[in-house]
Design a protein. Structure first.
Length: 141
């Protein structure tokens, strides 16, 4: 059975209550439940959320070294973190970048991702379904 790590960055612990007009009413716990149901027997999922960049870096490095695929919603770190980019490329992690909102339809500072060039792909704008699409992409190989 494949192992997949689902990581969420800063402020994503507030999903469901944070700016529901942009992010909706689905909580991070709801997303975890939906992913577990969708994965079924196809994958073993582990989840992590941190508001601290260094913790995310460590988890990505460990996943890359262990050959574990990663679904990553880096939140605001998407646009600012060279450290996350280096962790992905340095560890060889297979990462799918996800976003609940369509970052390209929002403020211009959200249009640039520092991690996208070292990720396998990017899925944005489909709400919580973005995570499920990323799961399917990782499971497909």
């Amino acid at each position: 059975m494949r192992s997949i790590l689902v990581l969420n960055g800063p402020n994503l612990n507030l999903l469901g209550t944070r700016e529901p007009g942009i992010y909706g009413a689905t909580t991070l716990a709801d997303i975890e439940t939906r992913l577990r149901e969708r994965a079924g027997e196809r994958a073993e999922l582990a989840f992590g959320q941190s508001n601290h960049e260094g913790e995310l870096v460590t988890w990505i490095q460990e996943a890359g070294c262990d050959g574990i695929g990663v679904i990553l919603n880096a939140g605001a770190y998407t646009h600012t973190s060279i450290a996350l980019r280096d962790a992905i490329s340095g560890s060889g992690a297979t990462v799918i970048e996800v976003h609940v909102s369509n970052v390209h339809a929002r403020e211009s500072f959200r249009h640039r991702s520092l991690i996208a060039p070292v990720c396998r792909g990017v899925i944005a704008g489909f709400g919580p379904l973005s995570y499920e699409l990323a799961l399917e992409a990782l499971l497909a190989g």
